[in-house]
Structures are given as C-alpha cells and as structure tokens.
Design a binder for this molecule. Sequence first.
Ligand SMILES: *Cc1c(COP(=O)(O)O)cnc(C)c1O
Length: 462
Amino acid sequence: MRYISTRGQTEPVSGAEAILQGLAPDGGLFVPEHIPALPEGFFERIKTMDYPQRATAVLSFFLPEFGDLNALTREAYARFDGEPAPLAEYGKDVPLFLELWHGPTCAFKDMALQVLPRLVGAAKELTGETRDVYILTATSGDTGKAALEGFRDIPGTRVLVFYPEEGVSEVQKLQMVTQEGGNVGVCAVRGDFDDAQTGVKRVFANTERSGRFLLTSANSINLGRLLPQIAYYVSAYADFVQKYPERAARGNPDVYVPTGNFGNILAALYAKRLGVPLGRLVCVSNRNNVLTGVIQTGVYDRNRPLVRTTSPSMDILVSSNFERAVYLLSGCDSAFTRDCMQTLNSEGRYALNETTVNAMREEFDAVWRDDAQAEDAIRALYQRTGAVIDPHTATAAGAARDGIVVATAHPGKFPEAVQSALDGAEFPIPGVLLETKKKPRRFSDSVAPGEIEGYVKTFFGM
Ligand SMILES: *Cc1c(COP(=O)(O)O)cnc(C)c1O
C-alpha cells in the first residue's frame, strides 16, 4: 500500500514514511492510493475479537508491511479503563452512544494517540530511521494532552504542544500544564486555535527535512491518527448488528459526529469506503459552523470571527482534514484540491465544484447546535435516562433521533458546562481528572502567535 499527497506533487511513499513525515512535502495530506475492500465474511470473523484485535485487523489493511500489529495494539489499549470503544445503550428510545473516552486523558484523541507513538517506533525500524523524532502539535484542547500522554518518556522522541490561552477549558489546561515526563513541553498562545495551528504549520513549512532530527505532527493531519480512528467505526458496526438486532432491522445506522478538525468524521467516511454499511454521516458543529456551510452550500468560508463555546475542541474555522474529504469526493482530483487550499490560504474561502458537492451530499448531512441547545440535550438525556454526556457529544446528541452518536469526551472534562445543564447535579469524575488538581504546575510560558516559531527553535535546539 502506497500513500500519496492530496495535492499531487509528492512522490508516493510507504505507510511508514507517511507516518514519519506527518505533512506531505507539497503541503498536502497523505491518503492511501487505493482504499482496500473488507473481505467477504469480515464482520463474522471479527465478531468474537476484542477491541485490540479488531484494531489490528483494520490497521493491517492499510499497513501490511508493519507485520503483526497485535502486540502494538494490545499495549496501546492497555491503559484504557475497560472496553476502549463500547457501543452503549442508555435507553430504548434514544440513539446509541459510541463511547470513545475510556482512555487515559478521557477524550477520543486517546484512541489514536496511544497508537501513534507505537506506529512511529515501528515506522522508524521499518525505514531504518535513526534520528530522534520531535513532535510539534497545536491543540484545541484534547489533542495536546493525549499527545503528551502518548509520547511521554518514549525514548528518541520529544513533544511540544501549543494551546490557545483562553480557548480551552480549565480542566483541559490543568491536564496539560501538570503533564509529567522528561521529554515534554507545553506553551500557551495568546490567540485562538487557528492562530496556534497556523504558527505550527509555518514551522513545518520552514523546517529542512534533512536536519539532525525528524519533525512531525501528532495532529490529525498525521496518517497515524486517521488509521486507528477507522477501526472504531468498523468495531461499532460489528457491535451494532450483534448486540442491537432490533435497531439493525431498521436499517444502516446514521452516525452523528461532533466535529472540529474533521478527523473523526473523516475516519467514518473511510470506514464506509472500506465497505462498512453505515447510513448518513452527520457532521455536527457548534456556532463555529464553517463545515455546516460548506456541506450545505458548497462554499467554505472562514472569513468570520471564531467564537468561544462550551465545546472548545470544536472551536475551529480551518478544519485541516476537510482537505482529505475534498480530495476523495472530487474523485481524487489533486489539482482541484490544491487549488481549493491555495484559495483558502489567500482569500479565506473557496467554492467546491459540482462533482464534489454532489458526492458530498451522497455521504454527509450537516447541522450545528449552539451552547443552549447543547445544554438542553445534556439535560434531556439525563432526565430520560440518567446518563451524563459532555458538551461536545451533546451537540450531536441534540441532533440525533436514532442511529449512533459519537461520544468524544467524558463529561468530567467540562464540569462547569455539564453541571450548569444538570442544575448542579453531581456526577462521577474519573480519578485521573481529579488528580490533576493536586499535581504541581510545570508549564507557565505563553507567547504571541508570531513568537511560536522562535519558541519551537529554542525548545528543540534547532
Ligand atoms: C477533537 C475533539 C472533537 C473534534 O474532533 P475532530 O476530529 O477534530 O473533528 C470533538 N469533541 C472532542 C471532545 C474533541 O476532543
């Protein structure tokens, strides 16, 4: 299996090289040259498998040269609290919830970021790469902590995370600034997520690839994030038909995904292309509803202020992974994709062509929910079932009547918003989140967006 850039100006590379590089040299994102098809009888075969085995089965389609991945996935999911990705039924007449927050940092980012460092290690062995790998990441809140936790004290790696100073929840900030490990750094940016992401992208664009270390990203632009995310949609469908035959009799499940950078829902599209019979993919945004706009009208327009919401991990105007969707849905038209991204860069907007708009409508629906609606959804579900969901999950839950809602964070990460929705009712907070309050704060640096590059150079000694 070879990987090519969405912008078409990079030679195809192996999966191992794509994972080590992060972004393609032409500025595009790596995508598989062909999407494989699930073999006949696949769901029957994975029925009795546990989650790490299912993840292995899916990853092996995309990374055959990595050999037996069973030990790798077993280790990656060992730190999860119980089943990594259960499809939970909170009540008969509410949607199912795919709970992706059982990992060590209580957000779905762990599903891939516990796997990525191990894929990076395996990729180094496969390619004979001996240089240290430096991980540079911008976070809207949850990626940063999950990346720090995934790479902490992994030999031959260092990791630096930038987060928007006023753009993350209190718990998210505490989780990051108390991070342990000898190879980690955390710095606040006096700006929003898009400022942080733009600053980080500039560093990548200006860094020589032949340096004495390898600079890569833990953001969802990295192929090593996308692939493990496909696995939970495959696993969820296996559980759906097996555990919920009455629901399955109603047809293929629509999937509601709280969306920011378009990474999670993109994995659902790949799962569909593999042959997983999912229904509509519903892209749910908060008030930063750029994606609702492009899916409904075909015009991507980021020319508007970013607003802060109670779902900070979705406070994004430039959704990096949408580029992969444009590429796929345009019929793998890399010239068109390149054009769109260049126009986005220069004008802050672009229009999709008819082919792409039509293909997009075949797969996606889009809706958005404001904070009050998310709050209502938290309250309504709690009153009906006693289940508590987080504000991100709630945007999607509020839009769903049936099907599967992807639950992206534990509500304990956003206690203020959740408690306000529940009129002060208490709910259990995981121990790992409570502990952050007692840990010493290790990181207090903050920079202006324009200072990101200098900070990175000093931190990594470039
Ligand atoms: C990252 C995140 C999202 C958005 O996921 P994308 O892959 O960026 O679309 C939604 N909810 C939570 C809790 C997150 O951490």
